[in-house]
Design a protein around this ligand. Structure first.
Ligand code: SAH
Ligand code: CA
Length: 213
């Protein structure tokens, strides 16, 4: 779904930083080899994630939903040399492809891949995160958020992706549409949650930024 006209989207992309060649290559390989390539972060949103990460300059990043590693590499661009990014995915088939691109990116030694259900895994990570990117199963966002916020400090930033869910958040809810229902409840919870201050940004499919108080 495109919220803006194609011509405006093209204009915006053309006037934003170019996509690094490695990420163009990763997008191509994802489309050739992996199911559901629509899930990958694209050129424009990837550059937004990269710049946000550079602004935040996080020592530690938690990503929930690695897929083929595109967003992880974008976020890693903001890490200082001693910083770490921990990324979690439940699909073991993606592990080797992710690893290959993390190594090619030059951030391989800073990116730690975790395999399993994020809700179960996050409590075992014994560290605090300055930046969290939530981008896995939409019906589980609340569980990811609750697990992640326990690992945050005041000032940590939690990003939640796809919160406009192709615009379905403002359409009548279809019977049995669990993902949209979950996203609607999640968006409401975030804006009402006194532990964070939240702004929903209309970037691509919707990207919410929450700052932990
Ligand atoms: N962040 C990626 C896209 C993620 S797509 C990018 O921008 O390129 C969503 C991913 O979440 C899929 O790879 C899927 O395997 C993973 N996922 C689904 N449920 C999960 C869970 N419970 N824990 C961890 N990962 C999960
Ligand atoms: Ca996404």
């Amino acid at each position: 779904m495109h919220f803006l006209s194609h011509s405006l989207e093209n204009y915006i992309t053309e006037h934003s930083q170019k996509e690094p060649p490695l990420l163009t290559e990763l997008t191509r390989e994802t489309h050739l080899k992996v199911v559901r390539p629509r899930m990958i972060t694209g050129h424009y949103q990837g550059r937004v994630l990269s710049l946000l990460s550079k602004l935040i300059s996080p020592r530690s990043i938690l990503e929930i939903g690695t897929y083929t590693g595109y967003s992880a590499i974008c976020l890693a661009e903001g890490l200082p040399e001693t910083g770490q990014l921990h990324t979690i995915d439940i699909n073991e088939e993606l592990f080797d492809l992710q690893k290959r691109y993390f190594n090619k990116s030059g951030y391989g030694h800073q990116i730690f891949q975790h395999l399993g259900d994020a809700v179960k895994l996050i409590p075992s990570l014994e560290m605090t995160f300055d930046l969290v990117f939530i981008d896995a199963e939409k019906t589980q966002y609340d569980g990811y958020f609750e697990a992640a916020i326990k690992k945050c400090r005041p000032g940590s930033i939690i990003l939640s992706d796809n919160v406009l869910w192709s615009g379905k958040v403002v359409e009548p809810l279809a019977h049995g549409d669990k993902a949209t229902k979950a996203i609607l409840e999640y968006n409401k919870k975030l804006v009402d949650d006194p532990r964070v201050e939240t702004v929903l940004l209309p970037i691509r499919d919707g990207l919410t930024m929450s700052r932990v108080l």
